[in-house]
Design a protein around this ligand. Structure first.
Ligand SMILES: Nc1ncnc2c1ncn2[C@@H]1O[C@H](COP(=O)(O)OP(=O)(O)OP(=O)(O)O)[C@@H](O)[C@H]1O
Ligand SMILES: [Mg+2]
Length: 238
């Protein structure tokens, strides 16, 4: 499997004083599902934003290789356009490819809408496709956000705590569908997560972020609250 992302010596600070990331190294293989765990405030969102190209300047190198479809990003607060329907929100994920102006005036080519409907169907949301995003439940909105990020056929998908607000059943379902779609399409997935059960179930690999670096990497099925606490230096967990 080829490498789609190489990060070396990545350092970042918001204020020029406190380093949020401090010499971080990370590699990502094509089609791999990687979970990033770490305390709240450890810099997970910051890392994803840098990979997505939304935060700079930084020190070090962040290189994507053969990332033809680019990078899809599901922000921690998804930010759908409430007055647009689910399928219109998904279609907006194609803006990068088709140019902003036609998209902004709501004129997407037919193929874009067809693909948007298909993605919503893949995510079990066909029935809600024509409902306004403001009228969807949290779990439904989360599926729309996944579909929107997949619209551009990314090589890498970044999902920032994308199931944290969902009930356990919905979280499981959205994770299952998303990881399945990514594996099927050879999309490398980086998800920041807090739930060790879901990481064990769905991640190929887990990387733990601490002190601005990846402290520990292990297969995705080997993380428990106990191991996590030991890595992070928290109190003993029985
Ligand atoms: N725009 C900003 N300006 C200044 N500091 C920021 C900014 N965004 C985040 N920070 C700080 O950077 C640190 C890392 O934040 P980040 O959002 O990356 O953490 P996180 O690991 O994603 O946390 P969580 O698990 O709560 O989402 C935190 O201390 C946060 O307060
Ligand atoms: Mg975060």
């Amino acid at each position: 499997m080829g490498t789609v992302l190489t990060i070396r010596g990545l350092s970042f600070s918001y204020d020029g004083r406190r380093k949020i990331l401090d010499g971080l190294d990370l590699d990502l293989s094509a089609g791999e599902t990687l979970a990033i765990m770490g305390y709240s405030g450890s810099g997970k969102t910051t890392l994803l934003k840098i990979i997505a190209g939304l935060l700079y300047p930084y020190q070090g190198t962040v290189k994507t290789h053969d990332a033809k479809g680019g990078i899809g990003y599901i922000p921690q607060n998804i930010g759908l356009v409430k007055n647009l329907t689910a399928v219109q929100n998904v279609a907006h994920g194609a803006l990068g490819r088709i140019g902003t102006l036609p998209g902004l005036i709501g004129k997407f080519p037919q193929e874009v809408f067809e693909k948007a409907y298909q993605l919503l169907e893949d995510l079990g949301l066909a029935e809600a496709a024509d409902r306004k995003a403001g009228q969807l439940s949290g779990g439904e909105r989360q599926r729309v956000a996944v579909a929107r990020a997949l619209m551009q056929n990314p090589s890498i998908l970044l999902a920032d705590e994308f199931v944290s607000d969902l009930d356990v059943i919905n979280a499981y379902e959205v994770m299952e569908l998303t990881t399945k779609i990514c594996r099927r399409n050879n999309i490398a997935l980086i998800m920041t997560m807090h739930d060790t059960y879901l990481v064990n179930k769905f991640a190929d690999r887990v990387a733990v972020l601490k002190d601005g670096k990846i402290m520990n990497e292990m297969p995705g099925n080997q993380i428990s609250i106990k191991t996590l606490s030991a890595i992070l230096g928290g109190g003993p967990v029985e």
